[in-house]
Design a protein around this ligand. Structure first.
Ligand SMILES: C[S@@+](CC[C@H](N)C(=O)[O-])C[C@H]1O[C@@H](n2cnc3c(N)ncnc32)[C@H](O)[C@@H]1O
Length: 212
């Protein structure tokens, strides 16, 4: 009863947030409905609105920092990141439909955002050239297997080209082993983002890794 009430309150809170800012991000969509189902790809569902406010401190972000959401969907985390003083915020999304919704969401809220350099890219992350200044990489369990391993490998290669501090925020960290197996990552923080989580699974958790 208590949990149902808490969930209802959270859903109403999220809807109120969307109404207030005039954006649309709260849906659950299977990727086959978007015509982009594929091995290692799951579904569209946005991370919780407060994820970045719970994992990043405003003081640690400067205009030299660059945020990338790999699999940005309707752009909820792009909007969240742009409320921090990042120099640039990027979202890369495979589905054209979701990408267009993200563009509309950014258009509606741009005036309220701190970061004005927002780039939304439509395409496969595998065709995206990871910039050598990305300092926060966000994943909401967007893809698994070879695609995820390739992106992590490219992040490490980018660090080798331009040594710096790189944070990975991994929401529902299904493939955290891939991150740890680089031998370059340390777990900096772990938080529970869902009140009802199944113990022993990565769902309901967010993990923050520092890569060097
Ligand atoms: C769980 S949703 C997360 C959306 C967003 N990051 C958020 O938290 O609001 C995962 C997204 O990854 C996208 N995706 C899956 N495979 C992809 C790929 N290879 N390249 C780019 N985006 C991909 C999906 O279309 C989906 O929108």
């Amino acid at each position: 009863m208590k949990t149902t009430y808490a969930r209802l309150r959270r859903t109403l809170g999220q809807l109120a947030y969307e109404k207030r800012y005039g954006v649309r991000t709260a849906e659950l969509i299977e990727l086959d409905k978007l015509g982009i189902a594929g091995e290692g790809r799951g579904y569209y569902v946005a991370a919780s609105w407060r994820t970045l406010r719970r994992t990043l401190s405003r003081k640690e972000i400067t205009p030299r920092d660059v945020f990338v959401d790999f699999g940005s969907g309707m752009g909820r985390m792009v909007l969240e990141a742009a409320r921090f003083p990042f120099g640039r915020v990027v979202g890369v999304e495979l589905s054209e439909d979701l990408h267009k919704i993200a563009e509309a969401n950014v258009r509606r809220t741009r005036q309220r955002l701190l970061c004005r350099d927002i780039e939304l890219l439509h395409g496969d992350v595998l065709t995206y050239q990871i910039p050598d200044d990305v300092s926060v990489a966000f994943f909401n369990n967007p893809f698994q297997g070879l695609v995820f391993a390739t992106v992590i490998e490219r992040l490490v290669a980018s660090l080798d080209r331009n040594p710096r501090r790189l944070k990975i925020i991994y929401y529902n960290p299904v493939e955290e082993r891939t991150v740890l197996d680089t031998g370059r990552a340390t777990l900096a923080r772990e938080l529970v983002h869902a009140r009802r989580r199944t113990a022993g699974t990565p769902f309901g958790l967010t993990k923050v890794f520092e890569l060097r």
